[in-house]
Design a protein around this ligand. Structure first.
Ligand code: HEC
Length: 174
């Protein structure tokens, strides 16, 4: 009787131990799979941001210096206004904008986002969910940095910051 109980106990321990370690291994596998997927999302987000031109407006100096601007400075917003018939708009600090939103909120926001020029709003509205998720992963991985840009000004108000004037000029017909 006694050895039988011991045997039963041992086998019980063995079974639970092996299933435990199996679960652990599986959890580890899932975790590294999630990490690999997350890294791939970040990499694709980096690619999308690079090829869609967001840095040209949202990163100081990027239009002139391109990739010489370190990634740690990307998308921190620019306090140089774009003044046009819409008023004066400032390319927002996307690092902070995205840090304020969950991934779900970001996707919902992008679908309906529509503000002032020269932001190419349609680019954002028409991105696939997977692209928006990749961009979210990349920008989040950089972390929030920098200050908020000045608030947009209504038409006719003179900005107290440097600004670029968007104004069609017609050659005078002689
Ligand atoms: C030609 C300049 C320009 C380019 C290129 C540009 N943006 Fe913008 N973006 C702006 C300006 C200016 C604003 C502010 C508009 C406003 O105040 O209504 C803005 C605002 C935004 C906002 C709103 C943020 C908030 O907190 O409200 C998001 C999001 C955004 N841009 C994302 C992007 C992404 C992503 C790209 C690249 C695909 C991009 N922008 C490319 C100029 C630009």
């Amino acid at each position: 009787m006694y050895p039988l109980v011991v045997l039963a106990l041992i086998s019980l321990v063995c079974v639970s131990f092996t299933s435990c370690s199996h679960d652990h291994a599986k959890a580890g596998e899932n975790k590294s799979k999630i990490n690999v997927e997350h890294e791939a999302r970040i990499e694709r987000g980096r690619y999308l941001i690079t090829i869609t031109g967001c840095n040209d407006c949202h990163t100081a100096g990027y239009m002139q210096q391109g990739l010489a601007i370190p990634e740690s400075e990307w998308l921190t917003g620019v306090g140089l206004g774009f003044k046009g018939p819409w008023g004066t708009s400032y390319p927002k600090n996307l690092r902070k904008s995205i840090a304020r939103m969950t991934e779900k909120e970001w996707i919902e926001y992008a679908r309906s986002a529509n503000g002032a020029p020269p932001m190419p709003w349609v680019v954002l509205q028409k991105m696939k969910d997977s692209d928006l998720r990749d961009i979210y992963a990349f920008v989040s991985s950089l972390g929030a940095k920098g200050d908020d840009v000045p608030a947009m000004l209504p038409p006719g108000q003179i900005p107290q910051t440097p600004y670029i004037v968007f104004e069609p000029v017609f050659p005078s017909s002689k």
